[in-house]
Design a binder for this molecule. Structure first.
Ligand code: MN
Length: 206
């Protein structure tokens, strides 16, 4: 049984950057539906007790094509949104420090260069999808984007997502309409860098 994370803040807590109605719809409708559909498909495929990261890293082990597709889409939606909602905070924004800051500087030159590059990837993702900051097994940071509810776990190269920007229109359209770049800018105002650093520390721990 896969469970949505409990939001550690109220639906309106990220105002004015992310509006309350978008948060409520996103969490209680979209994310809830991905989670229900994942649980249904995982039960049918006999993988309901698997770790979600392992499941998404080994989708080719699901032999039934329809179930594999359902678990890719809904398992991705489940995992991606747990990460997304868990790395935002009303006390977010600013810049990271410590190991994460050092690794960002090393990989991208500076925090500002990192932010520009990730924002560009997220803004440039055609249609629905995600922009990602991930780490490889050695702690090297990588940026990417993906369509639909895909994520770096599915690429099978050991990259673990630390932060994902949801650029489906459901994540921003009520407030930002077609202005995806404005939403991405606002998203950075609520990123919980402590949570992202904790995700990074988990990768480094192995
Ligand atoms: Mn979403």
């Amino acid at each position: 049984m896969f469970n949505q994370i409990q939001l550690p803040y109220a639906y309106d807590a990220l105002e004015p950057h992310i509006d309350a109605l978008t948060m409520e719809t996103h969490y209680s409708k979209h994310h809830a539906a991905y989670t229900k559909n994942l649980n249904d498909a995982a039960q049918k495929a006999g993988v309901a007790d698997k770790d979600i990261s392992l499941l998404l890293s080994s989708l080719d082990q699901i032999s039934d094509e329809a179930l594999r597709k359902a678990i890719r889409n809904n398992g991705g939606g489940f995992y991606n949104h747990n990460l997304y909602f868990g790395t935002m905070s009303p006390n977010g924004g600013g810049e990271p420090d410590g190991d994460l800051k050092a690794a960002l500087d090393q990989a991208f030159g500076s925090f500002s260069d990192f932010k520009d590059k990730l924002s560009g990837l997220a803004a440039g993702q055609f249609g629905s999808g995600w922009g990602w900051l991930s780490s490889d097994r050695n702690g090297k940071l990588i940026l990417s984007s993906s369509p639909n509810q895909d994520n770096p776990l599915m690429e099978g190269n050991g990259h673990v997502p630390l932060l994902g920007i949801d650029v489906w229109e459901h994540a921003y359209y009520l407030k930002y309409k077609n202005l995806r770049a404005d939403y991405i800018k606002a998203f950075f105002e609520v990123v919980d860098w402590n949570a992202v650093a904790a995700n990074y520390a988990n990768v480094l721990k192995g």
